[in-house]
Ligand binder design. Sequence first.
Ligand code: ZN
Length: 231
Amino acid sequence: MKTLYIDEIPVMVTRKPVRNLRLNVDGSDGSIKLTVPKTVSEAGIRSFVGERRSWILKTRDKVLSRIIPHPVKFETGEILYVFGRPYNLTVKITKGKQKCEVMKCAEIVLRVRSGSTMEKRAKILNEWYRDQLKERIRGLIHHWEPVMGVKVKEFGVKQMKTRWGTCNPSAQRIWVNLELGKRDSKYLEYIVVHEMVHLMETSHNERFKALMDGYLKDWRTIRKELNNGIA
Ligand SMILES: [Zn+2]
């Protein structure tokens, strides 16, 4: 299998002894797969895909708009979400520093050593997500502290299975789920505000809800979307 970029669309091409070109948009992750007879040239592939560009984009958007971001194998051609936007992943082998970079055309390049495992790739990517989240959380705290009149002494990002965020009011510390790096940033803001409100009100009582209403009037809708996985 080989990934070809055709008009910035990554297409995973497999050559097989088939009669016709077969194009498929994967319903689980929106990746584009093309099965090609051995006799068709690369120019032939490009024109075939080019003619179907608008159908491909429309179908991919449809898939992407309804799927929940899910773990990937960290291979070239896969789709990664960063704050709700899809990016095409390209894995490149490096002898230098292993890292993750955002390129133009909605591409993320993951530079890894040859023979790197899926776990290692996940770790590099998760560290990168953590950095992106921390930067945004810092900005959100900076914005909301004077509005709410509270002080966050410490914050962090970690993988959590059952919660989007936590707050320790006595330590004035909040934690945010790493998963939020994949979702639209409105969910991150909702979680940060929610945890910051806990610095004033520890339970989810009427006072808590009234405070939330005052800060983010759409918070109920945002919460519902987040918990339904529609992001
Ligand atoms: Zn809460």
